[in-house]
Design a protein around this ligand. Structure first.
Ligand code: GAL
Length: 649
């Protein structure tokens, strides 16, 4: 995409008196806003009584916004079904793992599997899409809001149960196949028919992991199905206008790649400070980072998600943190310039639109303490000044199309679920591991693509597989014949696709056969030495037989890395510094030129432009290694600065 990116905002006209609407629209325009997202929680206003629609207010605001020059993202309001609907079919709410109903009074109170609710969701989608599908001001759509938020992917209700049985029958055809695949002979768990199968909750001790694994895949398919029902209706009524959904950061409960197959725009909601506080996955030296970056965010978390989601479709940031939020453990004020820097960072990663959440701070209900572009009294908040600055800056710089990166990181939702279901150490966290590997390339100055198992592996110099438990031989063959150098991380190839241990224990070609796993608390690492460098393997350490070249050693007698005829394998989870050093060497041997960046400086290449961001408190200088003309910012960067450098040809 080479057209210049745009700014947007999330707006809730239903919260405000009509007298404000015209001036709101005008002020948005003055603030450089081009897109406005509306109506994702407005069902009770659109249909106050069953079958009685009130379109007046929505028609009016669509006209006002559109006539002011704003493009509208219209949403389906299915994340907040109204009270009358829940009363009509009380069993539409999800049940939690203990079988307790998740009641009306906030949002997302529905089960994806409830067929009655699916029909209602289609009915309201049809009504909204029919009314606005051809409206010239409605230029894009959003389905629902943040699928899965507040732990709503899984429901342990009767609708889930009956749909799960149907899903299993379709997958296994006969019950013997299921029994075999799950290994139900273990503990006499065999079933005689699909009707005997229950959901994997409330068992005495853990349920069979294969049972759980299938329930996760099923639940993910339910999200996909729910979304595709809406997309189909929107496409019929509003052909040619892109459909989006807004995902979250650090959220893996359903397979986003699958859901995205039905979307044009893959959006996510970026809350750097909230995510940093809530992302303390394991007690680790990140405490330093959390202190250093408490008011600016993790230097890699945002870009990791930009790279993850841009691999699934056209990237938008549907909700961008504009100031302090209200929902994290701690909710600090962002450092001056952070909102601008986050916005530019998204554009550096190909975002077409960054849309701030929200226009004006809500004076009532759950999110009163969440900031917005405007204060309650309608005067601009700090974030709006930074947004305005970006809106001017983006007009001055032509952004080139992005190119394929030289490094790819393989990511897989099912692999993540396996690591959760087969935990062994509660400190193993898939996203944390991915982020560590991702960081290790970035601190060496690299830009990455994050890809899935069905993507094209050709054209990369280095493919990193941080962990992929059930990577099968066919996919591995495609990767290993792509011509890229391969670095696989712990737990790769140690399961079959059916969640069993493979006959030959692990993938061949990486020089290691895993025989035992030392699953550790984060606080008890294994000391290792690799090429004269001391370091640690933490959380996960694999014992095994090396059949290739081994590097590094430790007291436990096993190597740090092995290499076979198809790639290299890390036999544990290295600490940050060790991983950085190992990755630097892997990059060199893949023909790349790593460069050591100052601790909190990051760079991302888009076409012939390099975008630098400084997440650190100290002023730093861009290393001389990078040569070209600075077209925005300067070589010396203060915290939250952005510098754009045009590379010499
Ligand atoms: C998002 C959500 C919004 C709002 C926001 C507050 O998760 O989509 O509706 O709640 O968080 O930060």
């Amino acid at each position: 995409m080479s057209a210049n990116p745009e700014l947007g905002v999330c707006y809730y006209p239903e919260h405000w008196p009509e007298e404000l609407w015209v001036s709101d629209a005008q002020n948005m325009i003055k603030n450089g806003i081009k897109w406005v997202r509306i109506a994702e929680f407005a069902w009770s206003k659109i249909e106050p009584d069953p079958g009685i629609f009130d379109w007046n207010w929505l028609d009016k605001i669509v006209d006002i916004l559109g006539n002011s020059g704003l493009k509208i993202v219209m949403c389906t309001p299915t994340a907040t079904p109204p009270k009358w609907l829940v009363d009509q079919m009380p069993d539409m709410v999800a049940l939690d793992k203990n079988g307790q109903a998740r009641k009306f009074g906030s949002r997302r109170h529905y089960s994806f599997s409830h067929q009655g609710y699916q029909k209602e969701s289609q009915r309201i989608t049809q009504a909204v899409a029919e009314r606005y599908g051809q409206n010239k001001f409605v230029q894009a759509w959003q389905t629902d809001n943040e699928y899965g938020c507040h732990e709503t992917t899984y429901s342990w209700c009767m609708s889930s149960l009956s749909e799960f049985r149907v899903w299993l029958k379709k997958k296994y055809k006969n019950i013997d196949e299921l029994n075999k695949s799950w290994g139900n002979v273990f503990w006499s768990m065999e079933y005689r028919s699909f009707e005997e199968i229950d959901l994997p909750n409330l068992t005495v001790t853990e349920a069979n992991p294969s049972h759980n694994f299938d329930f996760r895949k099923f639940s993910s398919d339910q999200v996909k199905n729910f979304n595709s029902q809406q997309v189909e209706i929107i496409n019929q009524n509003s052909p040619g206008r892109p459909v989006s959904h807004n995902y979250m950061g650090h959220f893996v409960e359903f397979d986003h790649r699958e859901v995205s197959k039905n979307l044009d725009i893959v959006a996510w909601n970026s809350y750097p400070l909230g995510n940093l506080q809530n992302m303390q996955i394991i007690a680790r030296e990140d405490k330093q980072l959390i202190n250093d970056c408490y008011n600016i965010g993790d230097p890699d978390f945002q870009s990791y998600h930009h790279d993850l989601y841009r691999g699934m479709g056209r990237l938008w940031i549907m909700e961008q943190q504009p100031g302090p939020v209200n929902w994290a453990k701690y909710n600090p004020v962002p450092v001056d310039g952070a909102v601008r820097m986050w916005t530019w960072e998204a554009f550096a990663h190909d975002a077409e639109v960054v849309s701030y959440f929200r226009w004006r701070q809500a004076p009532f209900a759950q999110e009163q303490m969440h900031s917005a572009l405007m204060l309650r009294d309608n005067t601009p908040a700090v974030g709006s000044l930074e947004a305005l600055q970006v809106s001017k800056e983006i007009q001055m710089i032509e952004l080139p199309a992005t190119q394929k990166s030289e490094v790819a990181l393989l990511h897989d939702y099912e692999a993540c679920w396996i690591t959760e279901l087969d935990g062994q150490t509660e400190d193993f966290h898939y996203t944390r591991l991915m982020l560590d590997f991702y960081k290790s390339v970035r601190v060496n100055g690299g830009s990455l693509d994050i890809i899935g198992k069905n993507d094209d592996f050709n054209g990369y110099k280095l493919i990193i597989i941080p962990s992929f438990a059930h990577l099968d031989a066919n996919i591995f063959k495609k990767i290993s014949t792509s011509g890229a150098k391969i670095l696989a991380g712990p737990r790769t190839g140690i399961k079959t696709v059916n969640f069993q241990i493979p006959e030959n224990l692990s993938l061949e070609g990486l020089g290691y056969q895993v025989t035992r796993v030392d699953a550790l608390p984060y606080a008890l690492p294994i000391e290792v030495e690799w090429k004269g460098k001391k370091g640690q393997l933490r959380v996960w350490r694999e014992h095994g037989n090396s059949s290739g070249i081994s590097e590094g050693n430790s007291k436990d007698g096993f190597p740090v890395i092995t290499s076979g005829n198809q790639g290299s394998y890390l036999c544990g989870w290295p600490d940050e510094n060790l991983l950085r050093a190992i990755m630097g060497e892997q990059m060199i041997s893949a023909g790349l030129k790593p460069v050591t960046l100052p601790e909190y400086l990051r760079v991302r290449q888009r076409g012939n432009l390099l975008f630098f961001t400084n997440y650190g408190k100290e002023t730093i200088e861009i290393p001389d290694f990078f040569r070209g003309e600075i077209i925005m910012g300067s070589k010396n960067m203060k915290q939250a600065d952005v510098t754009i450098l045009k590379l010499e040809n």
